[in-house]
Design a protein around this ligand. Structure first.
Ligand SMILES: Nc1ncnc2c1ncn2[C@@H]1O[C@H](COP(=O)(O)OP(=O)(O)O)[C@@H](O)[C@H]1O
Ligand SMILES: [Mg+2]
Length: 233
């Protein structure tokens, strides 16, 4: 990469992915290019089945593309072993899914502490950061509650805190408010954007809500396997 700062975010180069469905070959990604700089929040839009989740899984190093390269925080992931990819993912990536996937037997604060301890932080330091994140998401009073005692919006707020717990360089979110009612979705989304804005993370957020997409810095559309940049707003 010629632009060193650019490469500190998320870069996709010529990413291709096909699936075999019976006799049919489905070309979901046909050479996708993407460059998200630190501090930039980008909406990924496109109809259901366009390949948004596939793209996020590849960008998140959960799957390998058939061809092309993913660069994360300046490091090319293609040539790395599974162990090295896991390490890169733990250090530099946060992921928010449509469903929260919190650990049900742990409290909210413990769910945000755990990934930090797995990454090597002390429990005391991890707890301070977890409480700070939860407080910024308006969840100070809910820190000791288990996921089952929280509302859907609160669960998703905790999942967002967990994704940002290790101060990743890149945040990926796959329709993070897709399971919430419109009013709750609106609030959670506003808080997500506020938290991300202050963090300098490069964020790629899939949504099929055009109103939410317009609140981001840039909109990228997945169309016929290619990414079409809507340009800066
Ligand atoms: N593991 C898989 N095997 C076969 N087909 C798949 C697989 N994953 C996704 N697909 C297909 O790829 C297309 C894109 O899926 P997806 O990435 O989930 O789209 P989106 O998130 O935009 O709705 C869909 O047609 C889907 O059926
Ligand atoms: Mg999807």
């Amino acid at each position: 990469m010629s632009d060193a700062k650019t490469s500190q975010g998320l870069v996709l180069e010529e990413v291709r992915r096909t699936f075999q469905q019976g006799k049919e070959t489905l070309e979901v990604l046909r050479g996708a290019h993407l460059n998200i700089r630190p501090g930039e929040i980008v909406a990924l839009v496109g109809p259901s089945g366009a390949g948004k989740s596939t793209l996020l899984h590849i960008a998140g190093l959960l799957e390998r593309p058939d061809a092309g390269e993913v660069r994360l925080a300046g490091q090319a992931a293609g040539g790395l072993s599974e162990g090295e990819r896991t390490r890169l993912r733990r250090l530099h990536l946060g992921f928010v899914y449509q469903y929260h996937h919190l650990l049900p037997e742990f409290s909210a604060v413990e769910n945000v502490i755990l990934p930090q301890m797995i990454a090597g932080a002390s429990k005391a330091k991890a707890k301070t950061r977890a409480l700070d994140l939860l407080t910024r998401m308006g969840l100070a009073e809910r820190a000791e509650h288990r996921p089952g005692q929280l509302s859907g919006g609160e669960q998703q707020r905790v999942a967002i805190c967990r994704a940002l717990a290790n101060a990743p360089r890149v945040l990926l979110a796959d329709e993070p408010t897709g399971n919430l009612d419109p009013h709750t979705s609106d609030g959670v989304f506003a808080e997500l954007i506020a938290l991300v804005r202050g963090s300098g993370v490069a964020a790629l957020i899939a949504t099929h809500n055009p109103e939410l997409a317009r609140r981001m810095d840039r909109i990228i559309r997945l169309e016929d396997g290619l990414l079409v940049d809507g340009g800066a707003k």
